[in-house]
Design a protein around this ligand. Structure first.
Ligand SMILES: NC(=O)c1ccc[n+]([C@@H]2O[C@H](COP(=O)([O-])OP(=O)(O)OC[C@H]3O[C@@H](n4cnc5c(N)ncnc54)[C@H](OP(=O)(O)O)[C@@H]3O)[C@@H](O)[C@H]2O)c1
Length: 279
């Protein structure tokens, strides 16, 4: 169990969408938080990682930094690899050497989406795109180097500190009609709920966990719910992924069995829209 009075937590990617909510909540809970970003801790440089962690000596590292542009990773595998695999390896090696517990945030895109019922942490992985592949390789280096690790797979994240689907959809509300893909099914997750889920795993054994919103939904249904909750009348039409070709292939079905780690996605959405003043 993580005792906040003694715990010094280092967060990588602290200026990212998840990182900002994570640091704010950890601080509110009384943890001593060391916020890092590319300028004070470039994870792709082993010497920098080694020196920084040796100086700060955190009890726990929550590794959120990543190359997250799914489509760009298709034409920029080398950079995605450098950050998601080599960068994670650098963090994992130093955590292992200093006996620091490591949390690695991973993704539903490690799966190929051919299942028809929720993916469990033990299910076979088979990423369809470079982003998913490099995140999976990141999981593998964490397992290889660390004795004390939590791999947390999450999905369809949105939060107030980053560009996300909810914000994009609300920005399209003035259009007379919008089309949204209906043949990709997943679990929307509010960053705040993910942080709470992460705080809850510390009294569980080390290993792989799925932390995402409960329930399942297509992007089309997700968009309809956003407009319904925000009381906006928009003509939303379902369409197929093939109508909007993107560089990276996405799984058709990436619903994960979250073991009850998060509440229903619609309730979370309501709280998020309230927070950002849209309901
Ligand atoms: N967003 C989703 O839907 C989603 C779904 C599943 C899993 N995840 C995972 O959740 C985690 C957080 O995602 P997010 O959406 O919060 O991502 P994000 O907003 O893109 O944040 C990622 C952060 O990593 C930083 N970073 C990149 N390269 C770095 C480097 N070499 N050294 C140090 N920092 C570096 C970025 O800084 P710069 O801005 O300077 O590049 C950025 O602040 C990631 O591990 C991601 O793979 C996200």
């Amino acid at each position: 169990m993580l005792m906040n009075t003694q715990k010094k937590v280092l967060v990588t990617g602290a200026q990212g969408m998840l990182g900002q909510d994570l640091c704010n909540i950890l601080e509110k809970e009384g943890f001593l938080v060391i916020k890092t970003n590319r300028s004070n801790l470039d994870i792709s440089d082993f010497k920098v990682v080694e020196k920084f962690l040796n100086e700060k000596k955190p009890d726990l590292v929550i590794h959120c930094a990543a190359y997250t542009n799914v489509d760009k990773a298709e034409s920029d595998y080398d950079t995605a690899y450098m950050i998601n695999v080599s960068g994670t390896e650098n963090v994992a090696k130093v955590c292992s050497k200093l006996d620091i517990t490591m949390v690695y945030v991973s993704t539903d895109y490690v799966f190929d989406g051919t299942k028809t019922n929720p993916y469990t942490p033990e299910d076979k992985t088979n990423p369809l795109n470079n982003y998913g592949l490099t995140k999976l390789q990141g999981e593998e280096v964490v397992k290889q180097y660390c004795k004390r690790y939590y791999i947390v797979r999450t999905s369809w994240l949105y939060g107030q500190y980053g560009k996300n689907f909810v914000e994009t959809i609300l920005g399209l509300a003035k259009n007379p009609e919008i089309k949204v893909v209906a043949d990709q099914i997943g679990c929307p997750t509010w960053t705040v709920d993910l942080v709470k889920g992460i705080l809850d795993i510390f009294n569980k054994p080390y290993g792989v966990y799925h932390i995402c919103g409960s329930g399942q939904v297509s992007w089309y249904e997700f968009a309809c719910e956003v407009f319904m909750q925000a009381r906006l009348k928009v003509n939303v039409k379902p369409c197929l992924t093939d109508e909007f070709p993107r560089p990276a292939k996405r799984p058709k079905y990436s619903v994960m069995d979250n073991g009850g780690s998060c509440r229903n996605w619609k309730e979370a959405l309501k709280d998020y829209l309230t927070l950002i003043g849209r309901v």
